[in-house]
Design a protein around this ligand. Structure first.
Ligand code: CP3
Length: 318
């Protein structure tokens, strides 16, 4: 996931004029950024251009970007009152622009290609909301979990309700599948991973239409594959640290695995990308339920010609 972005000159040009947040909030601009990679490459799916942090913003906690990189929330949630002021019920109205963008994207891409929606997991969103932005240690949120379970759960219930509303809005607008990003699940101690993160993802999946395809990306947590499968996910998105052919043998074939080529390869010359992609696809030969993807998003330093080499190798692989 993350196929749009700074590696494309046409993205940088549009961002220079409008800025990131305006592109996210303006359906025509979000549609344009979504379509940029599809105009260049033979991709199977359009990924809605948006951000996981539109949810805290819609609940009353705006965000911006730090000058040196990373996220800054306007304030941090530092009291039970701040948690109770969050407004999950405002999501459908405040995020109406997401539905508008999806309808435009679906019209543009037609029936040939999939359109993917997404949201952050409650735990991952809570890290930004409770820490006040990007964080190295997630201490405030962990303290909340271990010392004040009632308010931890009050917070997670609000975020979960907001994520459900956003995903239902995306599904009604026409997405073919949704991905839930648990980008910071690996901060959870293993014994508490379910209570801290997975149980909320499970609640979200249970609230969506039965059998609707949900992909769960639990970065660096594939050693919890059984618990991830138990959330009801139809596919797991796997980071690059994992030996995918081995994991494919362990996870039931009814659950697809998406991934997991190293993103940094796309910063290297096309022949390297071609050779590594071919070797990876060969290692997965015969495996059922594999969705070719990177292990994480495309980096700003990726070379457009190397992305092209990747996709041509995938399309031409037999
Ligand atoms: O194809 C696509 O572009 C899909 C859209 C998409 C974005 N963010 C757009 C974006 C998706 C799926 C996301 C998810 C997202 N956003 C996650 C989970 C995925 C992951 O990477 O683990 C997270 C944690 C966020 C929050 C966020 N947004 C971060 C940490 C950043 C980077 C901040 C920085 O220091 O640059 C963003 C910005 C962002 N969201 C960009 C894009 C294309 C980069 C903006 C830019 O550099 O112009």
């Amino acid at each position: 996931m993350r196929q749009a972005g700074r590696y494309l000159p046409e993205y940088r040009a549009l961002k220079q004029v409008h800025g990131f947040l305006k592109m996210v909030r303006t359906p025509e601009l979000a549609t344009e950024v979504t379509l940029q990679p599809l105009r260049r490459y033979p991709l199977d799916a359009a990924i809605l251009f948006s951000d996981i942090l539109v949810i805290p913003e819609a609940m009353g906690q705006p965000y911006s970007f730090r000058d040196k990189g990373g996220i800054a929330m306007e304030f941090r949630l530092d009291s039970p009152e701040a948690i109770r002021r969050l407004t999950p019920e405002a999501v459908p109205e405040r995020l109406g622009y997401v539905g508008d963008a999806i309808r435009l994207i679906c019209r543009e891409v037609g029936d040939e290609k999939m359109v993917l929606g997404f949201a952050g997991s409650p735990w991952t969103l809570a890290t930004y909301m409770v820490e006040g932005g990007s964080s190295a240690d997630f201490k405030h949120l962990k303290h909340l979990f271990f010392t004040d379970r009632e308010n931890f759960e009050a917070l997670m219930e609000r975020i979960t309700a907001a994520v459900i509303r956003l995903l239902l809005l995306q599904i009604e607008a026409g997405v073919d599948a949704v991905q839930i990003f648990d980008s910071w699940g690996s901060a959870c101690p293993g014994a508490h991973y379910k209570r801290m993160s997975l149980c909320w993802i499970e609640k979200i999946i249970a609230a969506l239409p039965p059998q609707f395809p949900v992909i769960v990306f639990a970065k660096n947590m594939s050693h919890h594959a059984d618990a991830l499968v138990a959330t009801g996910a139809r596919a797991l998105s796997i980071d690059a640290s994992v030996n995918l052919p081995e994991l494919r043998r362990l996870v039931p074939e009814t659950v697809a695995l998406q991934g997991n080529l190293e993103s940094v390869l796309l910063e290297l010359p096309p022949p390297v990308v071609q050779a590594e992609t071919h070797a990876f696809l060969s290692s997965m030969r015969g495996a059922r339920g594999h969705i070719m993807n990177l292990g994480h998003g495309i980096t700003p330093q990726a070379r457009p010609e190397s992305v092209e080499a990747l996709l041509n190798t995938v399309v031409g692989f037999h």
